[in-house]
Write a protein that binds this ligand. Structure first.
Ligand code: SDX
Length: 428
């Protein structure tokens, strides 16, 4: 017998079903509340509102736990690789050898993009922000794969769309960079890893014969894993909402890229490095910026700190912080920004303002240090986040469709003018 809670409104009592997740999470199903009582609930920013049930990612913000399909992020970051994690979040199980070989083979076969799409990328001014190029170009993929527009797309056709996205987004990202720096593009090579191919498309020059440093290749693959999915965050919720209107997967992913671009979300990794550089240029006065972050009259925020869900350490931040140390040491890079970041963390985690609000470093706080050491330009940091998050967006969109969820359409509380008569211009 399902459990219920009782809500008393205007002298009447209503029973609402209770729901319980695999890990003990609890919810009140309010889907019938308005029909029963005329009341809606209001929750600006959906801080306490669940949008769906999902089997993809479990996270516990209080305990700092993150799992994909039941596997811990620590295990996946240490033992898996990005394409295997992509397969896992999308298909629900770790692939068997033949499944993985077929998946990676299809991705390698689809990394080349249509020459007309290359012309679109090359048509952007070199000053264009790479996230704008990525969002626009991913949306343009519908023009080259019109069958993706079919709301009743077949399973096989959808899977091909998924393969094309995972295969072609790195190529689009790398080619937008080559356009920005005025260098000839590099075509994808089938004998390289996913991360390695992206790096060679970014950094190879005809006269060099570039081959990626294994340390860099491994660090990038691990960063992609750490960004793979994060349940109902802003950009994922955007992808699900757009997809719920039966918009194509390409159009939905394009909208997710735009949402991720915001500095409060994925754009934070770019904002963190810009913040660290500002502090360095200001003599490294960390205390000054900690105090600015605490000052309610100052719009300055400690970028890379705080999280809607994690009220403990973001487990990804811990892994990335260690990876930053390792990568910089192996590359012999001495980046003063890392020392500034560590000093901020040390001071903030002892400061009552941050402790009382459970503000810890999040996934974006250290990732830019590694991207910078790899040679990724700051404006492309959020593009790197999007490349990592792509499998999660795809998995969540696919789950929403498989669960046949209705079009998302939140309600509101109207607080504007009551009915009033139209007044002609001369009488206003
Ligand atoms: C990502 O949701 C996800 O899962 C996202 C993500 C993912 O993988 O998809 O994890 C990726 O987006 C990580 C977050 C990246 N953003 C930043 O680093 C930007 C800086 N952080 C903040 O803007 C903020 O912490 C948010 C946006 C992340 C969370 O904001 P909330 O949950 O709306 O919290 P809030 O703004 O209501 O803050 C609560 C209090 C406030 O103080 P009081 O009004 O209680 O006095 O904490 C303060 C805020 O002023 N606060 C900060 C702060 N973050 C929150 N004060 C200074 N610096 C900060 N960074």
């Amino acid at each position: 017998m399902s459990q219920v809670c009782k809500v008393e409104l205007e002298g009447k009592t209503y029973e609402l079903p209770l729901m319980f997740g695999t890990e003990g999470e609890k919810a009140i199903d309010i889907s019938k509340l308005r029909d029963l009582s005329g009341y809606i609930t209001l929750d600006s920013g959906y801080k306490n509102t669940g949008a769906t049930t999902s089997k993809i990612t479990f996270l516990d913000g209080e305990l700092g736990i993150l799992r994909h399909r039941g596997y811990s992020i620590e295990d996946l970051a240490e033992k898996s690789n990005f394409l295997e994690v992509a397969y896992l979040v999308i298909n629900g199980e770790l692939p068997k050898k033949d499944e993985f070989e077929s998946f990676t083979k299809r991705i390698k076969e689809n990394m080349l993009i249509h020459e007309d799409l290359r012309a679109i990328i090359m048509g952007f001014p070199s000053s264009a922000h790479p996230m704008g190029v990525l969002s626009a170009t991913v949306g343009a993929l519908t023009a080259f794969h019109p069958n993706s527009l079919d709301p009743n797309i077949s399973k096989d056709a959808l899977y091909q769309t998924i393969i094309q996205l995972i295969a072609q987004m790195p190529t689009i990202a790398a080619w937008s960079y080559r356009k920005q720096v005025g260098r000839p593009i590099n075509y994808p090579k089938r004998n390289m890893s996913y991360a390695g191919n992206f790096l060679q498309m970014m950094f190879d020059n005809p006269w060099e014969g570039y081959s990626p440093d294994p340390v860099v290749e491994s660090a990038l693959d691990k960063l992609f894993i750490l960004h793979a999915d994060h349940e109902q965050n802003c950009s994922t919720s955007t992808v699900r909402l757009v997809g719920s209107a039966q918009a194509s997967l390409f159009a939905s992913i394009s909208s997710g890229i735009s949402a991720l671009w915001g500095p409060l979300h994925g754009g934070a990794n770019q904002a963190v490095i810009e913040m660290l550089e500002m502090i360095m240029q200001d003599g490294g006065n960390v205390e000054k910026y900690i105090n600015k972050a605490k000052d309610k009259n100052d719009t300055f925020r400690l970028m890379g700190f705080g999280h809607r869900v994690y009220k403990n350490f973001d487990p990804r931040a811990k892994i990335i912080k260690k990876a930053a140390d390792d990568v910089l040491k192996k590359l012999g890079v001495n980046d003063p920004a890392l020392e500034i970041a560590k000093k901020i963390e040390e001071i903030a985690l002892k400061d009552e303002y941050f402790v009382s609000r459970s503000l810890y470093p999040n996934v974006d706080f250290y990732s830019g240090i590694i991207y910078r050491a790899i040679g990724i330009p700051t404006e492309m940091f959020t593009v790197m986040f999007a490349l990592g998050r792509l499998p999660g967006w795809i998995a969540q969109w696919k789950e929403m469709r498989e669960q046949k969820e209705p079009i998302g359409r939140p309600r509101q509380l109207y607080v504007g003018n009551p009915l009033r008569p139209y007044v002609d211009m001369q009488n206003r």
